[in-house]
Ligand binder design. Structure first.
Ligand code: TA6
Length: 294
């Protein structure tokens, strides 16, 4: 498999393939010494994104790579369901294997790897839809993740999605999320009670788990050492999540202090399911970038 992918898509030093965590087939993109990423076919999940020469994503030391459980960290893809429901939590996309259908250097010098997932016996265990999905990871000095969905069936389909990114921070207690002032939200720590964000920035001192509705296209995460900018297209909502200490202690694939090491900001479509007519296509994306200092 590695040899075949290398023969088909490999560019030495830029696009390479290996057996990484969990012995999963892993695509390695390297723009230069400062910007690289690693993404595995299990869940089409980015596990590492280095920007400005440093790792910008959190990956739990207790992540489980058994090919069954969702990997704790990186950028899990939530699709076609958010949260609990008829399918496993956050849908099946992150717990099935995808296929690498393309990897290339683009005309602007960025590098892309595209994972594909078409409806099959495994997905139909969870969702009857006849769909084709693609996740493109595009790396330059920014990282763009794009989800594309096509409805190949005879009737319309409905789904939710989110890019469930675990952003590595120096200390969540010294981190602020900017851009969500004056937005309504549903509070997942209080039975999805309706709230309204009055604070200019969101800071963390207890469990925070909110679905912001009518989310802006640009959200920033600021900690003492970095500013991460998240620009989304086609995402109506955005989740902000940090479990804080008590909830963190209950999550088996997190270490007790991990709540200090990450903040999740997750653009997506959650509050209202998206509907896709037969034969139609749809996409959404997020562009994340890092700048030094707060
Ligand atoms: O996106 C926030 C959230 O829905 C939280 O409620 C928490 O459950 C988190 O996702 C992680 O979910 P997971 O299924 O990956 O453990």
């Amino acid at each position: 498999m590695i040899e075949a992918l290398t023969l088909k898509f490999g560019i030495p030093g830029k696009i390479e393939f290996k057996r990484g965590h969990g012995d999963f087939v892993t695509a390695v993109l390297r723009v230069d010494n400062e910007n690289s990423l690693e993404a595995v076919v299990f869940g089409a999940q980015i596990l590492s994104w280095r920007s400005g020469g440093q790792e910008r994503l959190f990956l739990s030391n207790r992540s489980i790579f058994d090919g069954k459980k969702a990997i704790r960290g990186g950028i899990p893809l939530v699709f076609p369901q958010f949260g609990s429901g008829e399918m496993p939590s956050h849908g099946f996309a992150r717990i099935v294997s995808w296929e690498i259908i393309q990897a290339c250097q683009n005309s602007d010098g960025s590098l892309s790897v595209i994972f594909g997932l078409a409806a099959n016996d495994e997905t139909k265990k969870y969702w009857k839809a006849d769909f084709e999905a693609e996740l493109e990871c595009r790396l330059a000095d920014t990282l763009v993740t794009t989800l594309r969905v096509k409805n190949k069936g005879d009737s319309s389909i409905e789904f939710q999605n989110a890019f469930h990114t675990y952003f590595l921070v120096s200390d969540s207690a010294q981190t602020a999320v900017e851009g969500l002032r004056d937005r309504p939200f549903l509070d997942n720590t209080n039975n999805r009670a309706q709230g309204f964000e009055e604070r200019p920035t969101i800071t963390f001192s207890s469990e925070t788990d909110r679905i912001y509705q009518q989310a802006p296209e640009t959200i920033r995460i600021v900690d003492p050492e970095q500013t991460i900018t998240i620009e989304s297209v086609g995402c109506k909502d955005a989740v902000v999540w940090n479990p804080w200490n008590a909830r963190c202690a209950q999550i088996g694939d997190l270490e007790p202090e991990d709540f200090r090491r990450y903040v999740c900001v997750e653009p997506g479509n959650i509050c209202e399911k998206l509907s896709l007519a037969s034969g139609d296509g749809w996409e959404c994306s997020q562009t994340i970038s890092y700048s030094f200092g707060s």
